[in-house]
Ligand binder design. Sequence first.
Ligand code: FAD
Ligand code: NAP
Length: 484
Amino acid sequence: MTEADGSPQLDALIVGAGLSGLYQLKTLRDLGFTVRVVEAAKGLGGTWYWNRYPGARCDVESLSYSYSFSPELEQEWTWTEKYPTQPEILRYIQHVADRFDLLRDISLSTRVTSAVYDEKARRWTVTTGGGDVIGTRFLIMATGCLSVSKAPEIPGAERFQGPTYHTGHWPHEGVDFTGQRLGVIGTGSSGIQSIPIFARQASEMTVFQRTPNFSMPAGNRPLAAQEISDMKENYRDWRGAQRASGFGVPVDKIRAKVADPEVAEALCPTSFPFGTKRPCLDTGYYETFNAEHVHLVDLRKTPLQEITESGIRTSESTYEVDAIVFATGFDAMTGALTAVDIRGKGGVALKEKWGEGPRSYLGLAVAGFPNLFTITGPSSPSVLSNMIVSIEQHVEWVTDCIRYMRDNGRTEIDATTGAEDDWVSHVEEVGNYTLYPTADSWYMGSNVPGKPRVFMAYIGGVGPYADRITEIARNGYEGFALKT
Ligand code: FAD
Ligand code: NAP
């Protein structure tokens, strides 16, 4: 369907072609809706398209980090390792796209820059970076919780004469640091996965650590044929258990692995309780610091001052390097949503509404922004879960909602302010029963200067959350105002 001026009119526009956007496309298209996906990247896969740094892999087991919606897909795809690598996940995503013929409804290299709600027409007008205008009844933001890389915020970063890289935007052709002096800033999951591999290449490597993290050995290995066939036999039961679950946790032995006691001490996390920042899984991370050419700089003792033309200066010394890797993380959860100029009723900007932190109903909808859905949005379990489980939950809920509206002649759905306020209070209340708010983490937004300090995920558990949103839908979308 098109407007008189030729611009497309859709039932639903999905922004983002990662695991969320692809499944959302499939479910809505299967019901006969006119749907399109727009994706800023040149390829599919979202996280697994962008994060190509060496060592990038999932830390949820492959047999669990995969779609559950198709028993046939489960049977025909065979994972090779316990924790799949980024290239293998990307191949899986490509396979899914081919198998369900998704590409024909996806526009790549297309970034959405603004979306304005027309209250009269009850439709969104979406504009892309290339100036295309798309009209749509429903706008589904499948833009990812960890898709906007965070700048390092270090004075002088632009002065450095050598190459710099961010783990979240790794060059497709790869980078070889052989024979180079490398500086790595950041020791979160991305740093911890890539540092052991950089150490095999670089002639000297200096790791600049501000906060040591908890990390456990991944114990990665190839999957045995028997394990795969056992899982394939029991997939259905396993998937049911997954959807009803909360999440799982582990322990630590840093001092036994690192020879230099001073380095070991510096690597031990002490400033936040276990689990309040996301724990990491590694392959030989701590042992890497036993190599003579690998050095650790503890930025808590000698703070980072600036990046110079040829190196990194702390309060104590300057480290000359040929290249720098920023493993400095993301503007998580809200970054991709507030990067788009989204205007709801009365022209209110989402960024303005979220000025003091994200407010949403169920992490799925925002009061005053009708017909807009956020997949794994802030204040849903999202990043506190095996994300593919939360993604499927949300996608299926949104699809059922849009079907319900079509079947019942409704053209607008908007969360009520009261329901949103209650949900925000509930999320805050259960968050405050935990230690999460005590840590400076990206869960709290505190890794981005100026970002409001709010616990942005729902800790109530994937299973109970699923029961709640299902109940809300069953009761005719409680907490939402629907218009015919
Ligand atoms: P994404 O994969 O982030 O896709 C969002 C897409 O939207 C991106 O391709 C982006 O380019 C696009 N986009 C954003 N804004 C716009 C715009 N304005 N216009 C057009 N396109 C736009 N989760 C786990 O559960 N287990 C793990 O082990 C795990 N490992 C991870 C490792 C890394 C390195 C990272 C960064 C994340 C990891 N995650 C993990 C979280 C991961 O993000 C999710 O599991 C999942 O891949 C998210 O899928 P998505 O489709 O929701 O979002
Ligand atoms: P991150 O966890 O936010 O880590 C960023 C690191 O950079 C932290 O050590 C941080 O220190 C440091 N940093 C940021 N700015 C700095 C500055 N100006 N000066 C000095 N240090 C600075 O980011 P990430 O490692 O990319 O991981 C983000 C999330 O992505 C993970 O938590 C996880 O959810 C997902 N992920 C998962 C995997 C996996 O194993 N499957 C792999 C990668 C990513 P502070 O802690 O002091 O801020």
